[in-house]
Design a protein around this ligand. Structure first.
Ligand code: ADP
Ligand code: MG
Length: 702
């Protein structure tokens, strides 16, 4: 078996990275692109031809025959359309790739959802090169494709993708954090928002996966019962990784490294056959692109190794779900993490300022954050056992909470610099250790020098939750910055003024802080008393997107126009509606063609046994009772199928997405839940040999 060389020699070799650019581009061009990558500065497109030429040469030397703009439409994960470098002149072929081909392409975009923004006759969508994320090579057996990370916009500049708002949100957060740093007396050129995305997933044998049409089509098992002992033996976390999984990991890691994806940790997760991979953090845009790349890679490698990787948030009912914990922070141009407590109280006053900014952001924009993680899949996870609840709260840990509470108790500006706080600020550097045993039940936890948004779904793109978080924080910082400036202009002492603002902000935002057990029912009640929203399903959660306050915020920061939010709302609802529709149809099909035939065979078995035993003149009453119960379940299955079928037939039209979604929540989901219970009961009462689908036991425990 070939062994991979040292990672230091392979890392990033399949990307057109800064090193390659330095080698291949004239100095001023290289410097311009470097500034774009670091600070998001606009790139002079006059340089495009030369960059395109260098990129093509690099790619062709490595076997590339095609290029593609790679983008992230609003539904689905990523999209691409390939073109060959081939161009023919007088019968002679050459490879060509122009600046305009690099910077702008026009895929036939009429089939991508635009929520009505771009009627098909009117115009097309354009993909445009995003120079802040490196182009990379995707190899097939014969050649390779130069893959160019791109945004996807309408000809009027409306965002048709997930990446455009993310880039804009990064710009806005940089602007607002820079302004804050200015007022704090620590000017910097730009502020980078960073992401380290932990990715959870399940891995099961491909042959079993292929026998489960529900897994194949919907990503989750719509029927299936957990074995009696199930996950109760929670000794899996951090246990030894089984060999098949380990080989899979080594494979995709080696390829990920070549693509410059710094995957670093791998381990078992709570559930059997559940794992996690995490890269070293980087700028959000790159980290978000790389998460897409990684998922694609993992799917490919899994297939090659005869495995199936499951990214769905809840592939197995009553088994731990999967998330994509988004570790998030902000850093200045010198790379100083603004959420890192420093070595002295002065620095820690600044730290508290940014920390309070995040608290305020999460508190005032909880609805938006909740909307950013809403999907049919995540609905099964949020609020379920062993998953963060749909209530967005923040875990701060005892030390920080104590410091902020102390601050709050000080009624006057003088009191804020009192001894207790000063001492408190000195202990802050110890925070990291303090947080090692942090609360794992919180949807949004401070983990020593960054926040971890844990409620993000494992299948979804990081772009939206990160964009919404950035915007919310930008808003909070702008607001705090204005207050601080007022105080400083009035001649207040720097630290006292900052702490006073922190105190005011914390006084408002304190209800969002919760350090207890988020899985506890008591928290649901407590959160309601505190006035925190708790939207239990996607249609309810998404409504925030079209509320006037949300639109005003997105417009103020020039991230999205109101009508673009409307379009997104519609598209996300339609996606939700379609997924439920597909799940329901799948469920009916499996019940009809799998469950019922097995149940009839079982019934026959039972009936025959009963007849036989009865002839012997034994007491057969319990056997008869058993058969009666079983037959009742069969009847219930038939009724259940019928009920769902009628619901599907009588649903509001697809055009009216909100009404249809509400109908699914009110009627379809309870009916599907009920049919599932019936089918699962049958599964437990049916001969394993007769059951047509691989069981949870086979998929998770073998
Ligand atoms: P754990 O969550 O197991 O304690 P770590 O704290 O090392 O692990 O990090 C988890 C993830 O957070 C990793 O992807 C790591 O790179 C990322 N991370 C660390 N620092 C930052 C930061 N400043 N910004 C964003 N992500 C970060
Ligand atoms: Mg973590």
């Amino acid at each position: 078996m070939d062994r991979e060389g040292p990672v230091s020699q392979t890392f990033g070799i399949n990307t057109f990275n800064l090193d390659e650019m330095r080698k291949r581009l004239k100095r001023p061009i290289f410097e311009a692109i470097q500034a774009t990558i670091a600070a998001g500065e606009a790139l002079d497109m006059g340089m495009a031809d030369e960059i395109a030429e260098a990129m093509k040469d690099w790619a062709v030397e490595r076997g590339a025959t095609h290029f593609t703009h790679w983008f992230q439409p609003l539904t689905g994960a990523t999209a691409e359309k390939h073109d060959a470098f081939l161009s023919v002149h007088d019968g002679k072929a050459i490879e060509s790739f122009s600046g305009s081909q690099l910077t702008q392409a026009e895929p036939d975009a009429s089939s991508f959802p635009s929520g009505g923004m771009r009627s098909t006759f009117e115009a097309r969508g354009y993909t445009a090169w995003d120079p802040t994320s490196p182009a990379f090579l995707v190899y097939d057996e014969r050649g390779a494709t130069l893959t160019i990370p791109s945004v996807f916009i309408s000809y009027r500049g409306e965002a048709l993708d997930k990446k455009t708002p993310l880039l804009r949100s990064m710009r806005e957060l940089s602007r607002s954090a820079c302004a804050a740093l200015d007022v704090l007396g620590r000017p910097t050129r730009y502020v980078n928002s960073t992401l380290g995305a932990e990715q959870e997933y399940f891995l099961i044998p491909r042959e079993l996966f292929e026998l489960r049409p529900d897994l194949e089509v919907t990503g989750r098992t719509v029927i299936g019962t957990v074995p009696p002992k199930g996950q109760q033996m929670e000794d899996n976390y951090f246990g030894a990784i089984d060999e098949r999984a380990l080989n899979f990991m080594s494979d995709f890691e080696a390829e990920a490294w070549r693509l410059g994806i710094p995957v670093k940790t791998r381990h078992n997760e709570v559930a059997p056959h559940q794992y996690e991979v995490a890269p070293v953090f980087s700028s959000i845009n790159v980290a978000s692109d790389q998460n897409h790349m990684l998922m694609d890679l993992m799917r490919k490698v899994a297939r090659r190794r005869n495995l199936a990787v499951l990214f769905h948030e809840k592939p197995f009912s009553q088994v731990n779900g999967s998330g994509k914990h988004n570790n998030w922070s902000i850093a200045d141009a010198e790379g100083n993490n603004l959420l890192e407590p420093g070595d002295n109280p002065d620095q820690n006053v600044d730290f508290l300022f940014f920390l309070a900014g995040v608290l305020r952001a999460v508190h005032t924009r909880a609805g938006m954050l909740r909307a950013s993680i809403a999907s049919a899949g995540n609905d099964h996870r949020l609020g379920a056992n062993e998953a963060p609840p749909a209530i967005i709260s923040v875990f701060l840990g005892d030390t920080l909470t104590r410091i902020l509470d102390t601050l709050l108790e000080g009624k006057t500006a003088d009191a804020v610099s009192d001894e207790v706080i000063q001492t408190g600020l000195e202990v802050l550097p110890e925070l990291r250790k303090d947080n090692t045993d942090r609360n794992r039940t919180s949807p949004f936890a401070f983990t020593g020098n960054k926040f971890e948004f844990r409620a993000v779904g494992s299948a979804q793109s990081n772009a939206m939750p990160m964009a919404y978080l950035n915007i919310a924080v930008a808003e909070a910082l702008d607001e705090m910055c204005a207050r601080l400036k007022g105080r400083l202009d009035a001649g207040e002492d720097r630290n006292a003024a900052i702490l006073a603002v922190v105190r005011e902000v914390y006084a408002d935002a304190k209800p969002v802080v919760f350090n207890g057990n988020n899985y506890d029912q008591a928290w649901v009640e407590e959160a309601a008393r505190r006035g925190l929203p708790n939207e239990m399903n996607t249609p309810a959660a998404l409504k925030t997107l079209v509320e006037p306050e949300t639109k005003a915020l997105f417009e103020k920061y020039k991230v999205l126009q109101g009508h673009e939010l409307e379009a997104r709302y519609t598209i996300l609802l339609e996606k939700y509606n379609r997924m439920l529709d597909i799940e329901a149809v799948q469920m009916i099909r499996m019940a009809k063609t799998g469950v019922l035939p097995a149940a009839y065979a079982q019934q026959e078995l039972m009936a025959r046994a009963y007849e036989g035993v009865k002839k012997l003149d034994f007491d057969t009453s319990s056997q008869l009772e058993e058969l009666r119960i079983y037959s009742e379940l069969v009847g219930k299955t038939l009724d259940g199928i019928d009920a769902i079928r009628q619901t599907l037939a009588s649903a509001p039209d697809e055009e009216d997405a909100p009404a249809r979604a509400a109908f699914w929540v009110e009627k379809l989901i309870p009916q599907m839940d009920a049919l599932r219970v019936t089918c699962d009961t049958l599964e437990r009462r049916t001969d394993e040999e007769l059951w047509p689908f691989p069981s949870y036991h086979q998929m998770l425990f073998q």
